[in-house]
Design a protein around this ligand. Structure first.
Ligand code: KG4
Ligand code: ZN
Length: 355
């Protein structure tokens, strides 16, 4: 099962020449089994099964449980997405799937399913890097958005500043040296006794807090580099709670959460706006699960307004993992090059990490 038939290659050519076909997107890189049907940037239907309630029992994602759940759900999630889009498999022109980065066992489920579907139905297959998928969530929200632009991708696994040169060409400008922004949110939330995933819970707690109550910051994030470091901030929060505990004092958790959120938001905003300005780019986009954070969205909007930069961020429903963003990026990948081989293998690392 490694070579496409002539008809499939002709179909891919036709898609390239005659504009957007119907793309079925599949996402299974972490704890969401998702499918979506798009024509270009236009979403016809989506379906998602979230595993969060199960992983919450363990305080984080358990890879084996994730893989098993994807295997159990993927068929029904794809059927549901097709039904919600009002189409059948016969209407689909290509299958796009997340093949990197993520949990290897979880990726394997989506990639194997997508390969089988493509092969059995004579469809081109396109592997999509999850990070570029997050960036593409912005194309769904802004039909007029076109590269080049700068993008800050903040998710559970990555904090990247990426120059989006074209729909399929990217330059990594900065990255985290240790914890990703979402990972830091999750770890700090956990230390405060909040359930998984900690980001949205910490944001709720921070709403009633004073963001300047604790002078949290890191010298590294204030430097010239476009890289980030968040593990020092996380340790600072843990130490504040630990020291207070030892003295028998209580900490105002809302103030601490708000101060931590302000410190992360400061670093992400300052560096990404400077990256856009120094590159002479008029647009800055936000992407990845942390893009659901309202304080971050508002802070970036303010900074971009002040610098005459257009600020884009995905609709809330396309911030965290979803398959619409994968189908959307798949559409552009298919326009730019041949379909992926049917021997496509999942990979735990993003190609953006290897530059
Ligand atoms: O992109 P995503 O859904 O999965 C990965 O690709 O990692 O991102 C999930 C991350 C988690 O760390 C989660 O806590 C964080 O995004 N997150 C948030 C918010 N919503 C999700 N972080 C801060 N504030 C939020 N509202
Ligand atoms: Zn993600």
């Amino acid at each position: 099962m490694t070579a496409y038939s002539e008809q499939v290659l002709e179909k891919a050519d036709e898609l390239r020449k005659n504009g957007p076909g119907l793309i079925l997107g599949i996402e299974s890189s972490c704890d969401e089994t998702a499918a979506a049907v798009l024509r270009g940037r236009f979403v016809l239907g989506t379906a998602v099964h979230t595993q969060i309630p199960v992983h919450r029992l363990y305080g984080g994602v358990v890879p084996e449980i994730a893989s098993r759940s994807h295997t159990e759900r993927i068929g029904s999630v794809v059927r549901q997405a097709l039904e919600n889009a009002g189409v059948t498999l016969d209407d689909i022109d290509a299958v796009a799937v997340t093949y990197r980065p993520g949990l290897i066992g979880a990726l394997l489920v989506g990639v194997s399913y997508a390969k089988g579907l493509a092969y059995a139905n004579g469809l081109p297959l396109v592997g999509v890097d999850h990070i570029t998928g997050h960036i593409a969530a912005n194309y769904i929200t802004y039909p007029d958005l076109e590269p080049p632009f700068m993008c800050i991708v903040a998710s559970g696994g990555h904090s990247h500043i990426v120059r989006v040169n074209s729909y399929t060409d990217f330059t990594l400008i900065g990255r985290t040296r240790d914890d990703a922004a979402g990972e830091a949110f999750d770890k700090v939330a956990r230390a405060m006794g909040l359930p998984y995933p900690g980001g949205p819970e910490l944001e709720k707690l921070a709403k009633d807090g004073d963001p300047n109550a604790f002078p949290l910051h890191t010298a590294f994030n204030e430097g010239e580099s476009f890289d980030f470091s968040f593990s020092g901030l996380k340790t600072a929060v843990v130490n504040i709670m630990h020291n207070a505990g030892q003295k028998g004092e209580s900490v105002n958790k809302a103030d601490l959460a708000a101060s931590f959120q302000r410190a992360v938001t400061d670093a992400l905003t300052r560096k990404s706006v400077r990256a856009a300005r120094e590159a002479g780019l008029g647009t800055l986009a936000l992407a990845g699960g942390v893009s659901a954070n309202t304080a971050l969205r508002e802070r970036l909007q303010r900074e971009c307004d002040r610098n005459g930069i257009r600020f884009c961020r995905p609709d809330m429903k396309y911030c965290t993992d979803n398959a619409a963003m994968i189908a959307c990026q798949g559409h552009y990948e298919l326009l730019a090059h041949d379909p992926s081989p049917l021997s496509l293998d999942p990979n735990a690392a993003s190609f953006l990490q290897m530059q």
